[in-house]
Design a protein around this ligand. Structure first.
Ligand code: NAD
Length: 281
């Protein structure tokens, strides 16, 4: 058996098309204001790509660049200013921030109704309470991909490998809200394989290449790979892989998301959807 591929590119294209229609029929503008501090190459490339993706959907993208040497005061000041501007409906903060600046402290300043990455703890709290909120994009992406398989989540056994505040925990909470039976695991979990083998849905979000092997997966399970790891292959070439040993797990699972081309593009689509939600709210 070979698992059905959960194609993140295709799903994200569908979401983007829906956003174009929503924006057109609303007749209202949407804009994403992004703060980027310094000259980190990866963050700059990400910002350039974001500008293009936003443009393709009809979202205006404004990049607020702050100098490399900006400290907490300057960064916080910019975020607080954006919070007060009425035209600004969606704010995101590029990482990394300069050494010594507390990322979570800055993130918690972003007005919760403009926090389209869902990084303000208030938004995560709202997710727990089931209130309307801006949900962390990667968690939303993972859950949408699970739902795309048509699996009944109520009563399903879910194991989440990885429990960070921004990925593993919000995925767990969203799936608990769907009345799945959720087991959250972390690097101290004993006998991980025993737990994962019982999972109807297995989400890997640990940042460890090849952590999930075929003998850890229940036949027919839905496997979502959130991991993004840079590794050097046997030819000495650098490539991106997830946390799941894709080729062998594909032979056991019922559905599987690839890396690249899985959760990554869906995460971007969820950021755009949160931006449109914030604009039209
Ligand atoms: P993190 O380092 O903050 O958290 C990792 C979690 O995994 C921790 O809870 C840790 O205890 C757990 N863990 C580590 N080793 C483990 C093991 N052997 N068994 C079980 N649990 C283990 O990482 P993060 O920010 O949550 O990111 C996780 C992965 O997801 C990374 O590869 C990251 O690059 C990727 N990521 C992808 C996207 C995306 O858009 N696809 C977005 C964010 C993060």
């Amino acid at each position: 058996m070979s698992a059905i591929l959960i194609d993140g590119k295709e799903l994200s294209a569908r979401v983007r098309a829906q956003l174009v229609t929503r924006l057109k029929s609303s007749g209202r503008p949407a804009r994403l204001d992004a703060v980027l501090v310094g000259h980190d190459r990866a963050a700059s490339v990400y910002a350039e790509n974001q500008a293009k993706t936003c443009a393709a959907v009809g979202i205006e993208y404004r990049l607020h660049r702050l100098p490399e040497g900006a400290g907490y005061g300057e960064i916080a000041g910019r975020v607080l200013l954006l919070n007060t501007e009425e035209d600004v409906r969606a704010i995101m903060l590029h990482l990394p921030l300069p050494m010594g600046v507390d990322v979570e402290r800055v993130q918690s300043l972003i007005a919760s109704d403009k926090d389209v990455e869902g990084v303000n703890p208030a938004n995560i709290g709202n997710v727990v309470y089931g209130r309307r909120s801006l949900v962390p994009c990667t968690a939303l992406a993972a859950v949408e991909m699970i739902e795309s398989t048509g699996i009944e989540l109520r009563g399903a056994r879910v194991v989440i490998v990885g429990a960070s505040n921004i990925v593993g925990k919000p995925i767990a909470v969203l799936l608990m809200r769907a009345e799945a039976t959720v087991i959250s695991t972390n690097k101290f979990t004993r006998e991980l394989a025993q737990l994962t083998r019982g999972a109807d849905v297995l989400v890997a979000a640990a940042g460890v290449p090849n952590l999930i092997r075929a003998d850890m997966v229940k036949p027919g399970a839905v496997v979502i790979d959130v991991g993004i790891n840079r590794v050097v292959d046997s030819d000495g070439k650098s490539k991106t892989v997830g946390d799941v040993a894709f080729d062998e797990v594909r032979a056991v699972a019922g559905f599987i998301s690839p890396v690249p081309g899985g959760v990554g593009p869906m995460t971007v689509a969820m950021l755009l959807r949160n931006t449109v939600d914030a604009a039209l709210r």
